[in-house]
Structure formats: structure tokens, C-alpha cells
Design a protein around this ligand. Sequence first.
Ligand code: UD1
Length: 360
Amino acid sequence: MRILHVVGARPNFMKAAPIIREMARYSNEFQQLLVHTGQHYAPIMSQVFFEELDLPQPDVNLDVGSGSHAWQTAQIMMRFEPVLLDYKPDWIVVYGDVNSTLACSLVSSKLDFKVAHVEAGLRSFDRSMPEEINRLVTDQIAELLFTPSEDADSNLKREGIKLDQVHLVGNVMIDTLVQLMPKAQTNWFQLAPKFPYKRYVLVTLHRPANVDHPAILAEIMSALESVSSEVPVLFPVHPRTKERMKEFGLKPKNPRLILLDPLSYLDFLALQVHAALVLTDSGGIQEETTYLGIPCLTARPNTERPVTITLGTNQLVESNTEALINAMQTKLRAPKEPHSLPPQWDGHTAVRIVRIFLQV
Ligand code: UD1
């Protein structure tokens, strides 16, 4: 069976790695081609993940880079088409909800190739988010849909997807976390002297709704300044957010609000494990904190990952100064809340996915 995997942006790499590794164990059954669209290209947003996750180097890099949604999506489509026609895979495997996921799914379905979507069925019900459009379209196109939680199955059923195409397999990103936790602990020994704090808040923000508007980003920064006088705040800054901070002239005044370059997978995991609280707008980090049992605040009005709230440690918060300060202070003072793991978030999702590929 010829499998073509598509990755493009940072959150794709930790989802593809366990599946590629598991398929490689069946070398008589699978021939694999890894295509990187180049949506993320900076070494710290891409190459470092290939090294730490032990991903094979891409067979093809489309070198697309950044641009508007239309430009980026169109470029990926145009550059992907000849690769697809040349390789003629039995299945194209796409991951998550980024523009690369949508672009390659569209090209594949128009040429009558079969698409498998890993992390299918998640819905925020917020169509102002580009990722929601990417999810909806990809799931309508995909012929094989691997879901991380029961809510995703219900969403797909409601949207008319035939349930024999849908497989609840758990969260493949947790496979990577489980596998690399010991290495992250080693990284912690190098990081701990740099950040000699008993407690700290770890922050990541990159959603356009939070960082693209001067007034909203200023409100968030003001909340972080305020909380950092109580507990130090470590903030690895995504390239989009860094550009906006510069453009809006936002600089931290309190030295305990510490801006960092984006971190590698292992460094970020190490800092999550030891954080008193995580504030984020990322999808994956809501899931990782749930697995780790670390309190998490998500600066968004909604989440496509509701199990991180119902079972996990996640709570939504409005992106304004007062709400953020209140929520962070409350969480920092609260005793650890009980939480549980969503079913099948157990480190064996890739095994379940590959078993299904062996049967289709
Ligand atoms: C993308 C995904 C988002 C995901 C996020 C993870 C879409 C629509 N969005 O958002 O779902 O949560 O990745 O990081 O696919 N840039 C660099 N170096 C890079 C990549 C980007 O400097 O390697 C800068 C560029 O200025 C670019 C900006 O970051 O314009 C945004 O990059 P882009 O890939 O368009 O979207 P993200 O915000 O990263």
C-alpha cells in the first residue's frame, strides 16, 4: 500500500511521527512518502521537530512559506498536484486543521485519490476561525476519519458522514508525548537552572483573534504584566505574535514577564510538566495539559476540544485584562482539581490507526 503523508505546520509533526514509525514496522505492507508543504519553514518551527521526534526528512518539500490564506492554499495545491500524480498513492494521510491539511485534501479528492484524516471531527462551531473551515471541508472529503474523542464522532454523524468510515482511535499526539516524556525530563535538568523559579506561568498565544488586534493584545500583555509581579511568566513567542508585538510597540516592562524564542518540542514539554499554570490559545496544548494534569486556561470563547474541559484541566477565559487576571489568580490559588483522561489517550493510537489501514 502506497501512503503519502502531508505535514506542513508545527502541530502536524507530532501527529505524523508515531504513525510513520508504526507503518515503518510493516515494511512489506507500506511504502511511505513524506511531503512537507513548507507552511512552517523556520528551523525552530520545523526542522527541530524532525530531529527531536525522529521523523524521517521529507521526501519532498513544497517550500511554500507564508502568505495570505488564498495565496498559501493555492500555492500548496499547485505544487502538490504533480507530486500526487507522480507518486499515485493508495491513501493520502492528512493531519489536524492547518491550511496544508485542507489544500492537499482538496487536490487529492479532485483527482479521485483517497484521503484519510487524522484528528477528524473536532468542531469549535466558530466559522470565523480558519481552522474550523479547514476541518469541515477536510472531513467532508475524507474517506477514512480517525477521531480522538466521542464528541468528534457525534459531530461527524450529525454532518452526515457514514459511521463505517469513522474510527475512534484516541489522540495520536499523546503517543508522542508518552514516548518523549523521559527525554523531556532530561531537558528539564538543562532548563531548570535558567529558570530557577519554584512556580511559574507558561504562556503561548498565536491565534489571529488574540494577537492581530492591538487593543486585545495590549489587554493580554497587561494581564501578564500584572500576574508576573506575583508569579514569573515564561512566554515563548510564536513568530506571528512577535511580529504583532513589534508592530504595536508592545514590550514587557516587568523583568519577570520573560519573552523567549519559540521552543523545541522537548523544551516546551519539560516546561509544561513543571508549570503551575498554562495560559494558551493552542489546540494541542489544551490536550497536553489535560494529559499531564496541569491547570490550563484557554484564551478563547470556544474550543473544538471539549473533553479537555469536561474531563481534563482546561477552562476557557475571555481575552481581556480583568478576566485574565481573575482567572489566573484563582487558578494559581486553587488546590489541584480532580481530572481524568479521555478514553484511549494512552500512547497506542498509532497502533490502532495502522491496524485499520492493514484492514481497509
Ligand atoms: C498555523 C495554523 C494554526 C496552527 C499554527 C501553529 C493555519 C490556518 N493556521 O498558524 O492552525 O495553530 O500554525 O503554529 O494553517 N512565520 C514565520 N516562520 C515560520 C512560519 C510562520 O516567521 O516558519 C510567520 C510568518 O510571518 C507568517 C506567520 O508566522 O505570516 C503566520 O504563519 P502561518 O503558517 O500563516 O499561520 P500560523 O499563525 O503559524
